[in-house]
Design a protein around this ligand. Structure first.
Ligand SMILES: Nc1ncnc2c1ncn2[C@@H]1O[C@H](COP(=O)(O)OP(=O)(O)O)[C@@H](O)[C@H]1O
Ligand SMILES: O=C(CO)[C@@H](O)[C@H](O)[C@H](O)[C@H](O)COP(=O)(O)O
Length: 455
């Protein structure tokens, strides 16, 4: 029986898992929705439950031949936990097929808005080219320090949700974090791959909660018990960032840019190998430079407003319909809305969809304009929403900037894009460049490919 790599993406809306064969062919895929927990805080119990359901969908005979496990997931967020000795022993000596989270906090996600601009500007200046925004792990920890210091006393370890899964699978009593995820927390210097420990210490920050940094693409441990058929002792990679993994899954040439639309949206291209980011943060810029592999960087417009805008519209319609006494499932709603907008090829309705603001402009919220009596059908509104999402990300990373960088092709990825023909049409209209959709373009595949290629 051939060996497989198991790739897992712990996303904001769903958990995805794939089995990748030695020739990089995807032999099985599974996905499980988090059932509407799109909130700023998410319950790790529900996420791990979705993870377990997702793994249970994959063929067990193939899981028994997994040679490595690769994790990726939503960046920026922070979860606190306390590894419990007995639980670790229990996991390492039993053959239980799944684990359930205990002694953890809620996951405070990238969508969290608790840190106001005033609060953020009261914090010390990081020694990093990346600034700090609400929803970034270190900003959230500073917030707890100020508003609820006793809360932090309850925990000994912190990390992203994907780091937590790695720690639990391997029975680690610490958190090992790659620069991809560390950079997403803030106060991390990507030139030295070190936390700004002195600056943080001076500000009274609980530096004991900072994860240990390990290279992106490294292995950090082995599964401490059999898990859904994956044998005990299987090597596990340090968790990677989801947007880097979506890029890794499909970018094949320097002239490629990747547009990923899932809950959020990112438009990104690779910087030349000798690129060095600026010395200090540029908070007004819609473009940032995130670490990729080795010492390379991706230039990225990371929008907070992607598929979540459409999900919010669907949720709003569902709530209105409920009030009116009617019901329709989410999948039925998407199908009908996409159908209506396909019949409405264009619309003069204009939607600026930034309902979560953007990191470079947090106070600029959504707007609808040019409303007339003839453009209020569902087809018009959904078409305008999809166009607005694409226009917003293009305004953050203008086409001229892509062309100056030598980009000749856009690769589309992410399930909000692949499942929505209207969104794809709007992407194709927005770029005077070839747009192709990656066959295997997805973060879970990318994570598995990293462990296949780089070890
Ligand atoms: N039935 C559907 N048809 C089309 N698009 C959908 C459907 N269900 C969800 N979506 C879109 O997919 C997005 C979530 O994509 P997903 O890849 O699961 O996110 P993530 O990787 O962030 O967990 C939602 O925000 C929504 O826009
Ligand atoms: O914000 C950034 C990078 O700065 C995002 O690229 C990053 O993917 C975050 O993980 C997302 O916001 C969450 O990803 P997703 O669940 O939308 O796929």
């Amino acid at each position: 029986m051939p060996k497989f790599i198991l790739g897992i993406d712990v996303g904001t809306t769903s958990v995805k898992a794939v089995l990748l064969a030695a020739d990089s062919r995807t032999v099985a895929v599974a996905s499980c929705s988090l059932f509407g927990i799109q909130a700023k805080e998410q319950d790790p119990g529900l996420i791990i439950n979705a993870l377990n359901r997702c793994l249970a969908q994959l063929p067990r005979d193939k899981l028994q031949h997994v040679s490595r496990v690769a994790l990726t997931g939503q960046m920026h967020g922070v979860l606190f936990w306390t590894p419990v000795e007995w639980l670790l022993n229990y996991l390492s000596h039993s053959n239980r097929d799944f684990f359930t989270p205990r002694d953890t906090s809620q996951l405070v996600t990238w969508q969290d808005g608790r840190c106001s601009s005033d609060f953020l500007s009261s914090l010390p200046k990081p020694e990093s080219h990346l600034g700090l925004s609400t929803g970034f792990g270190c900003a959230t920890i500073f917030w707890y320090m100020k508003h609820s210091p006793e809360f932090l006393e309850n925990f000994t370890v912190a990390g992203t949700i994907q780091d937590y899964v790695v720690s639990m699978l391997c029975g680690l009593d610490t958190c090992m974090m790659t620069p991809q995820n560390a950079a997403s927390w803030g106060f991390f210097n990507t030139a030295t791959n070190l936390w700004n420990e002195n600056i943080l210490k001076a500000a009274g920050f609980p530096v004991r909660l900072l994860p240990r940094c390990v290279p992106s693409g490294a292995l950090v441990g082995q599964t401490c018990s059999a898990w859904h058929g994956v044998p005990a002792g299987t090597p596990v990679g340090a968790a990677l960032g989801d947007f880097q993994c979506s890029v890794y899954s499909c970018m094949s040439a320097p002239a490629d840019a990747v547009l990923n639309i899932s809950t959020s949206a990112q438009l990104t291209f690779a910087m030349p190998a000798d690129f060095e980011p600026p010395d200090s943060p540029q908070p007004e810029s819609s473009i940032s430079y995130f670490p990729y592999f080795d010492s390379s960087y991706l230039s990225v417009a990371a929008s907070l407003n992607g598929g979540n805008v459409l999900a919010t519209f669907v949720d709003t319609l569902t709530a209105w319909m409920k009030e009116l006494g009617a019901e329709l499932s989410d999948s039925c709603m998407y199908e009908k809305l996409i159908g209506c907008a396909l019949n409405q090829e264009t619309s003069d309705l204009t939607v600026s969809p930034t309902i979560l603001g953007e990191r470079h402009n947090p106070l600029c919220l959504g707007q609808v304009s040019n409303i007339s009596t003839s453009n209020l059908s569902l087809g018009h509104v959904f078409r305008a929403l999809c166009r607005g999402i694409v226009s917003n990300i293009v305004s953050m990373m203008p086409v001229e900037r892509l062309q100056q960088a030598g980009v000749g092709r856009i690769l589309g990825s992410g399930s909000a894009l692949t499942r929505n023909e209207v969104l794809r049409q709007e992407v194709e209209r927005a770029f005077p460049l070839e747009v192709v959709y990656g066959q295997n373009a997805d973060s879970a595949v990318g994570a598995a490919m990293v462990l296949s290629d780089r070890l």
